[in-house]
Design a protein. Structure first.
Length: 352
């Protein structure tokens, strides 16, 4: 009788001492479970009973006394009558439902994207993500198998491939430039998390957080970005230089009472200012004699009711006060034409 009692399980519980165990199979060692046994399921755990490879019953956190009433499916499988006290055999799996944070991901190969400024380029990205088991039964059916233990390292590579594929699709659909993408990472994180979350749900998982820490560009693209930044700084410096020269010339002219010298200085100042402005305009990317008026006309916006010219992006007309309705297929911020499924404006980067 002592040997028989030693083969009966009366207490079933699992204390998780690890940080990365997702599923733990309780060691049965040939023993059977006795009706009336105690099952303890701690917070952030669920216990799953499996009979002959088939999921029977799932227990949520709490202390449970095993009877035929709270093992309805298993009781039906074993054909146990109500109140039957004989022991039975079943596998018990504890599934961690806590968040597994600080999971790293990155692109092993560059992602190809079509950029509005630089054409087709390749970008690399990396970051972190967090997930949890949302449906233990689905997770066991889809991914677990029959192993004694299942950790985050067993699934990380697969989840990483899902993340990279989803991020690549999100970038393609957003049609946002690489520079705007790199400067709007928080907004992009939310969009990517929502889009990739459905793929995790199919596995019984929840993508609770996704962080894109960095997006890097090829060396030639980074050089082009640096050049454009230098051009912008140079344009601002040129304006300052012109104002400084003008003030200097006026000061020198005031000191010199000779009218002829003042006239000559005025001519020199005018020529210097004209040359500086010409040089500054020439440094502007894509500047031509007719480009400025054309660009200005393209940015103009008119009231949909009275036809008066209004500020681009204005919600109400200054003349008649009519509310402006943004036409479909047009960015409400800058007026740029956009595609039907565009999520970010390719011109100004505004979220649609």
């Amino acid at each position: 009788m002592g040997f028989i009692k030693s083969q009966l399980l009366k207490v079933i519980e699992w204390t998780d001492l690890s940080k990365d165990t997702i599923v733990y199979r309780f060691p049965m060692d040939g023993r059977q479970i006795m009706m009336g046994s105690s099952l303890t399921v701690r917070e952030s755990q669920v216990a799953v009973f499996v009979n002959k490879g088939k999921i029977a019953d799932v227990f949520q956190p709490g202390k449970h006394i095993l009877t035929t009433s709270n093992l309805p499916f298993l009781t039906k499988l074993l054909s146990l009558p109500y109140g039957f006290k004989s022991p039975f055999y079943s596998e018990v799996y504890f599934v961690n439902t806590k968040q597994f944070t600080d999971q790293k991901w990155g692109t092993s190969n560059p992602l190809t994207m079509r950029d509005a400024d630089f054409g087709i380029i390749r970008v690399r990205a990396f970051g972190k993500y967090a997930f949890r088991v949302s449906d233990a039964a689905v997770f066991l059916q889809q991914l677990f198998g029959t192993a004694a233990e299942f950790t985050t390292s067993d699934i990380n590579e697969y989840l990483r491939s899902i993340l990279v594929a989803g991020i690549s699709d999100t970038i393609a659909q957003s049609k946002i430039s690489a520079i705007d993408l790199a400067s709007n990472l928080l907004e992009f994180n939310k969009t990517a998390t929502a889009q990739i979350g459905d793929h995790f749900k199919d596995l019984g998982l929840e993508l609770s957080n996704l962080i894109v820490e960095n997006i890097s560009f090829p060396d030639d693209v980074e050089k082009a970005i640096d050049q454009r930044s230098s051009m912008g700084v140079m344009g601002s410096a040129m304006d300052t230089y012109v104002k400084y020269q003008a003030a200097n010339a006026m000061t020198e002219a005031a000191k010199n009472p000779n009218g002829n010298n003042m006239a000559g200085m005025g001519v020199g100042l005018g020529a210097g200012v004209a040359m500086a402005e010409t040089f500054r305009d020439a440094l502007k990317p894509g500047s031509t004699a007719s480009a400025a008026p054309a660009a200005a006309d393209a940015k103009k916006q008119y009231c949909t009711k009275c036809g008066a010219e209004i500020k681009p992006g204005a919600k109400f007309c200054d003349e008649c006060g009519a509310k402006q309705v943004t036409p479909e297929g047009v960015c409400p911020k800058c007026g740029e034409k956009i595609g039907k499924d565009t999520k970010f404006c390719p011109n100004c980067g505004a979220k649609i």
